[in-house]
Design a protein around this ligand. Structure first.
Ligand code: SF4
Ligand code: SF4
Length: 393
């Protein structure tokens, strides 16, 4: 029987080149590692990330929009242990920043997760591995703790043979301890595919109070947790603002607490850009109690849509030009909710679009379940594709 693999043994195996084959292959469920906490601070609420055995605070750091390394240092010093980045964030600068600053920290004092993001076309095995090798170089690391297949919205994509092979190969080479998949739309299908796939240890899914009525999503999350997968919530702040003018902020502390009421969510990775946001998240790490006033702030009894696209995909079949409408809506949220034009632009670039969106349409008959004026938002955000990227960096 395979012996549970703790972190110390992983490092030893990797260092001696004996990592190949130390974990079971696709289609098997591996035992949880034990005693793997990267150092826990007193007073912080921790949960175990499924069968990975990683014991992590309920709130960690989404590094996606961080450009000040002091924020990362403050997060780690404040007891957060999981840092979440991606190959494409800030055109690679995000991983490079982490590579620089993490050089000065013991490798077993934090967990690092990164993602490889296929564009609209399917990557070959070699392309996927090549992108990840670049990430490792930027990070100046021999391995990452979690490697994700990023941004999936279907069972087909999640279980594509190229990705399963690339991921498994990298894990067996000791370059990724655990494998995961992330999803911003059609989440329930992706999560169930992750369980089915056998190689995935973690799912990272959009999940927030706006999605409370998505019973299938909650069921899929429970199934994944029950099957031993670690479940990480992202997009917990639902776009940060209720309005694109940014006059009406969401109570983000309440939003984060709300997501964590679901015990099948093991941790969260909210993105921050300011120290005071991090301070807020530190507080939530110590107390996730959601009081009545905070619950009222979340306006659960209204149909106010805010900026967050639910990823329900009800709009997709309605557009004769097959535009990736949920991706446009997410880009709109990055631009107006997060005020991060660079992220919005790189997300738009990843869609690999040709020509101006909606240009050839006389009228839009797409109905959004959230009441978004889809055509108007697309027209607005599509202007960003004409701005040179270096203006936005
Ligand atoms: S206006 Fe845009 S979103 Fe609406 S149907 Fe035409 S291409 Fe699709
Ligand atoms: S119908 Fe609306 S909420 Fe649902 S995916 Fe489309 S844009 Fe998003």
């Amino acid at each position: 029987m395979q012996k549970p693999l703790d972190r110390r043994n992983f490092l030893k195996l990797t260092a001696t080149g004996a990592a190949g084959g130390f974990l079971a292959g696709a289609g098997t469920v591996r035992a949880a590692s034990t005693d793997d906490d990267a150092g826990t601070k007193e007073g912080i609420i921790h949960r175990t990330l499924g069968r990975t055995g990683l014991k992590v605070p309920v709130v960690n750091l989404g590094v996606m929009r961080v450009d000040n390394p002091r924020i990362v240092n403050m997060a780690l010093d404040g007891g957060m242990t999981l840092l979440d980045t991606a190959h494409g964030y800030q055109n690679g600068r995000n991983e490079a920043m982490l590579g620089e600053l993490l050089e000065n920290r013991p490798r077993d004092s934090y967990y690092l997760a990164t993602k490889v993001n296929p564009r609209r076309e399917v990557l070959t095995v070699d392309q996927f591995i090549g992108m990840f090798e670049i990430s490792l170089e930027r990070l100046k690391m021999e391995y990452v703790d979690i490697l994700y297949l990023h941004g999936q919205s279907s069972r087909e994509g999640t279980l594509h043979e190229n990705y399963l092979e690339a991921l498994t190969r990298l894990r067996d080479q000791g370059k990724a301890r655990f494998l995961g998949v992330t999803t911003h739309s059609n989440e329930a299908e992706v999560i169930r595919a992750a369980v089915e796939g056998g190689i995935y240890d973690v799912v990272c899914t959009a999940y927030n109070f706006r999605m409370e009525q998505f019973t299938e999503l909650k069921k899929a999350i429970a199934e994944a947790a029950g099957a031993g997968l670690g479940v990480i919530a992202m997009k917990t702040m639902a776009g940060v603002y209720w309005d694109s003018e940014r006059k009406d902020p969401i109570n983000t502390r309440a939003a984060l607490k709300f997501a964590l009421q679901n015990e099948n969510i093991h941790t969260s990775i909210p993105g921050v850009t300011a120290f005071h946001e991090l301070e807020d998240n530190f507080e939530v790490n110590k107390d996730i109690t959601l009081n009545d006033e905070e619950l009222r702030d979340l306006r659960m009894d209204t149909s106010q849509g805010g900026l967050f696209c639910m990823g329900c995909e009800e709009c997709l079949d309605q557009c004769p030009h097959n535009l990736p409408i949920p991706d446009f809506m997410r880009t709109f949220m990055y631009a107006y909710g997060y005020r991060d034009l660079s992220l919005a632009r790189s997300t738009m670039d990843s869609l690999a679009l040709c020509g101006d969106a909606c240009e050839s349409c006389d009228g839009c008959h797409v109905t959004c379940t959230q009441g978004f004026n889809v055509a108007q938002k697309i027209k607005d955000i599509d202007r960003l594709r004409h701005v040179p990227s270096d203006f936005l960096a």
